[in-house]
Design a binder for this molecule. Structure first.
Ligand SMILES: Cc1cc2nc3c(=O)[nH]c(=O)nc-3n(C[C@H](O)[C@H](O)[C@H](O)COP(=O)(O)OP(=O)(O)OC[C@H]3O[C@@H](n4cnc5c(N)ncnc54)[C@H](O)[C@@H]3O)c2cc1C
Ligand SMILES: CC(=O)[C@@H](O)[C@H](O)COP(=O)(O)O
Length: 651
């Protein structure tokens, strides 16, 4: 047996290559097996980046496509920088002429502009007489997919990916929910993780509902000085002018299984449709004809993410949009493989959706943008925080200290919409009178002031300076939660803080106490400095979360440890709760935008001039930050790019 590498990718089309490059850039050791790069749909495609022209309806799939189109400029530039090969990425806009006016032509959408008959013929001379108008999609574009695939292959090789061409995978050997090895034309190979990116052929290796949808294509040579520079996306045909005089004509869509080759019937249909749309091409010299197999699925959506085997990831079934979807697929799959992070959007493209009663199951986390209904974006039902098996809708935790009085505390907790409130076990025990205004900072009446049937208590070990003290107080905290009706509450926020000036936690004491408390069955939420190695050790010790501090407790200095918090977020498999030091809603939002799972905020709320109002603002910031994280920020660019591109504007 040939033992190969950490990660084995089956398939050398755009999807397999893009994933290989991303993984290798993140430090993995990748081997890619491909039977035949030339047969890949990725070389046969037209290279349109056309989520709008394709008419994809709003929903997770459009979100995925738009995310990928956003990534394209930076991603293609990165591949170009790695190789010096021009990918032909060209955000030229797409014009979609129509032959019938069967739809209302008014729209307020910025990414879709209607051109009437006069305008469309003025804009694009040479269009067929049947064209009665057209939609202009300024944000769509194209890439030269052949150059891009060549560049990706080169980039992969330059980075050290082992590409083994001419190797055919015959079977995937599985044992007890894991892939054990794969049988190939050069023998049996093993890896830690396997990624299936075999396009249309994936169903020959696994029982996936993928089938080939054949497309016949041709290219003609454009004469110099002609005016066709934008993609024309017509009814059942499209014309994609490359920048160096080649015009790609596509494509038929045929369910003829694996029947290869161009056919007279296919080409006749292709040319008839193309010349109806743009008659001048009838006289242009034919340069090439070819065909390819789109990887179609039963619901026409890709299959992305884990399979029934732990160590087998699927990235296939991209059907008509695999060129467009390459950057986002690579990034999502690399996140999954390297960081074990399942981006919520992946839930829509899981392979087990086909096992469910309805053919297209829309899983709960829908990011569909519904006009005038922004609240539908992130409803409590569809985005949850899970800690030690308990689910919460709010990602904001608050405290009980520093409030002027109990009423303000109650109003603030309610306004924040938080579901977890932390309580210092030691202070509750002392039961000192509570009235800050009167100089009485105790917790008398605190336990009764909160409706514990609605709020989950997070007892904390504040005031403990050693591991031993913290363990003892944690046990008392569990009893306290029981007494207040939360029989099954085993949560403890672990604070071991010997230093009274900066209230910085003792890492060694925290780890020791955490190990003991985990053994005793606690769900431990340790408060720590933003130390990635300590966070990993605590995770390995079995903690339920890690709670890195933004800055010292009560300082309101914000996120002073952002870089380290980012590392913790990247590597943690348990929720990361940013705790302490947050002073403003923008800092709260920032922590969640970075990918933190939740926040704990006390002082900024309790010490605000209007605590309840600040609590509401923090609650909103938590939601906004989370939503922004899920939505995916735009790439940061070193130079400007106009919001309304000048390309393709009407004179
Ligand atoms: C005519 C046509 C036009 C298209 N136009 C566009 C477009 O304009 N825009 C767009 O976004 N998308 C377009 N597409 C779709 C796009 O091309 C595909 O979705 C995309 O290329 C799929 O990429 P892939 O890497 O998954 O599969 P492929 O590119 O098909 O690659 C699969 C690879 O896996 C290898 N393989 C398969 N089985 C095995 C095995 N058992 N062992 C080893 N290797 C194996 C194959 O040899 C092949 O190299 C078009 C497709 C076609 C056919
Ligand atoms: C109540 C509690 O647990 C705090 O010690 C926590 O660390 C929050 O810190 P801030 O008070 O700075 O928000």
């Amino acid at each position: 047996m040939n033992s190969t590498s950490e990660i084995l990718i089956v398939g050398g089309g755009i999807i397999g290559l893009a994933i290989a490059v991303d993984l290798q850039l993140r430090g993995a050791k990748v081997t890619l097996l491909v039977r035949d790069i030339a047969q890949a749909a990725s070389r046969a495609a037209a290279g349109m980046l056309a989520p709008h022209a394709e008419g994809i309806p709003p929903g997770p799939f459009l979100d995925l496509c738009l995310r990928s189109r956003w990534l394209y400029p930076e991603w293609s530039r990165k591949i170009e920088d790695l190789t010096g090969i021009n990918s032909g990425y060209y955000p030229c806009g797409i014009l979609a002429p129509v032959y019938e006016l069967d739809q209302p032509v008014t729209t307020k959408e910025v990414n879709k502009i209607w051109l009437d008959s006069n305008a469309v013929h003025l804009y694009q001379p040479g269009l067929g007489k049947d064209v009665v108008g057209g939609w202009w999609y300024p944000d769509d574009g194209q890439v030269d997919n052949r150059q891009l695939v060549t560049a990706l292959q080169q980039a992969a090789e330059n980075l050290g990916v082992e590409i083994r061409q001419g190797v055919e995978v015959h079977a995937i050997q599985q044992k007890q929910g894991k892939v054990k090895s794969i049988y190939t034309s050069i023998g049996e190979l093993e890896a830690k993780i396997y990624i299936l990116a075999a396009g249309s052929w994936a169903s020959q290796l696994l029982p996936l509902p993928i089938h080939p949808v054949k497309g016949q294509m041709a290219a003609v040579k454009m004469p110099p000085n002609q005016t066709l520079t934008r993609v024309l996306f017509g009814p059942q045909t499209y014309l994609v002018p490359r920048r160096h005089g080649r015009l790609i004509i596509g494509a038929t869509s045929e369910k003829v299984a694996w029947q290869t080759g161009n056919t007279p019937q296919g080409l006749q249909t292709l040319f008839e449709r193309a010349t109806r749309l743009y008659p001048p091409l009838a006289d242009w010299e034919i340069e090439e004809m070819w065909w390819g197999f789109r990887p179609g699925t039963a619901d026409e959506l890709p299959i992305l993410g884990r399979s029934s085997c732990d160590n087998l990831i699927l990235a296939t079934g991209h059907y008509r949009n695999g060129i467009l979807l390459a950057p986002v697929t690579a990034s999502l799959i690399a996140d999954l493989v390297i960081n074990d992070k399942v981006n919520p959007i992946l839930t829509h493209f899981r392979c087990d959706r086909f096992n469910q009663p309805s053919p297209v199951t829309i899983p709960p986390m829908s990011l569909t943008i519904i006009e005038n209904k922004p609240q539908a974006l992130l409803s409590p039902q569809n985005d949850c925080l899970t800690i030690a098996g308990k689910t919460f809708h709010s990602r904001l935790m608050t405290g009980t200290g520093k409030y002027a009085n109990l009423t303000t505390m109650q109003e603030s907790i309610s306004a924040s919409e938080c579901q977890i409130v932390t309580v210092a076990v030691r202070r509750v025990q002392t039961n000192a009178p509570f009235d800050l205004a009167q100089g009485k900072p105790g917790h008398e009446g605190l336990a009764e002031a909160i409706d514990w049937s609605k709020i989950w208590m997070l007892p904390n070990t504040a005031g403990c300076q050693t591991a031993e003290e913290a363990i003892r107080v944690a046990r008392l905290g569990r009893e306290m939660a029981k007494l207040l009706g939360q029989e099954d509450n085993n949560f403890i926020k672990l604070e071991v803080i010997p230093d009274p000036k900066y209230l910085l936690p003792d890492p060694i004491g925290t780890l020791q106490a955490a190990e003991q408390l985990v053994k005793e069955g606690f769900a431990v939420l340790p408060y720590i400095n933003a130390d990635p190695l300590l966070a990993k050790r605590l995770e390995e010790a079995g903690c339920a979360t890690v709670m890195p501090l933004g800055s010292p407790i009560g300082s309101g200095q914000g996120l002073k440890n952002e870089a380290n918090i980012a590392i913790i977020i990247e590597s943690a498999k348990i929720p990361v709760v940013v705790d302490a030091g947050i002073g403003t809603p923008s800092e709260a939002a920032r922590a969640l935008e970075m990918g933190a799972d939740a926040l704990l905020i006390n002082s900024a709320i309790a010490m605000a001039a209007n605590p309840a109002m600040m609590a509401q603002a923090m609650g909103m910031a938590a939601k906004a930050g989370r939503l922004a994280y899920l939505a995916g920020r735009m790439p940061i660019k070193s130079s400007a790019s106009p919001s309304s591109p000048l390309t393709g504007t009407i004179a």
